[in-house]
Unconditional design. Structure first.
Length: 234
């Protein structure tokens, strides 16, 4: 059986190395691929083939510094696949490395462990990379941003941001990460007429303004896209 290696040097896709010889499987980096389902489907299929052909132990090492909502669902599915393999009598170990100062990520890991009913070893690390953790002053949400919509900070932990938004037609909540002076985020929302949607956006600070490009995807496949310009009011 072949190893699975994914390293396309893309900022939005994590690096993957699944070793069929020793069962050590590592995923690392940032994870917000254009099609999370398709990306993680490859990983899930590799696990299933390994279970059938190799029937060995698995050591799943996760070193993700950020993942979006669609990736979160796919990660959960991977954990349920590993849980089923474990229940068949196989040895499965999961270790998740995370920034020791990232309380939000720790909560996510604990949530996964509880929901998938599988033990995850939590390994705190001291990530001091300026490229990943430095937040430019212009992108700190310290008030309310006003434009064609209103955006309000709920919580910020280092380069992770959680916020809520509202415009004339809908409300939404999202989480994101600040990286290379850009806030990339995802979440969910509901229109005034009761339609639910998946929300994705990227925001860049420029000339004391926050420039947003957003996309809303509805269950029927309908997609809406647009732009917002925000100005900070304290």
């Amino acid at each position: 059986m072949k190893n699975l290696s994914i390293d396309d040097d893309l900022e939005n896709e994590p690096k993957v190395l699944f070793n069929a010889q020793n069962g050590i499987c590592t995923i690392s980096g940032h994870c917000y691929p254009e099609d999370a389902h398709r990306f993680f489907e490859r990983l899930g299929n590799w696990f299933k083939e390994y279970f059938e052909k190799v029937k060995g132990s698995i050591s799943f090492v996760i070193k993700l510094k950020y993942f979006n909502t669609s990736s979160s669902r796919s990660i959960y599915r991977l954990l349920t696949i590993l849980k089923a393999y474990q229940e068949d009598g196989a040895t499965v170990e999961i270790a998740w490395h995370y920034d020791k100062d990232d309380e939000y990520m720790l909560e996510e890991i604990e949530g996964y462990s509880e929901e998938a009913n599988i033990f995850i070893e939590k390994i705190p690390k001291d990530y001091n990379s300026k490229k990943e953790n430095t937040i430019k002053k212009e992108l700190i949400f310290d008030g309310i941003w006003i434009g064609s919509a209103n955006v309000t900070l709920i919580k910020q932990l280092k380069n992770h941001v959680i916020f809520q938004g509202k415009d004339k037609a809908s409300t939404w909540s999202a989480q994101g990460v600040i990286m290379n002076n850009e806030l990339t985020c995802s979440g969910s929302g509901i229109t005034n007429s009761g339609e639910h949607f998946i929300y994705e956006s990227s925001m860049i600070a420029k000339n004391e303004m926050l420039i947003e490009k957003w996309k809303a995807t509805f269950p029927d496949g309908k997609v809406k896209e647009g732009k917002n310009d925000f100005k900070l009011i304290n």
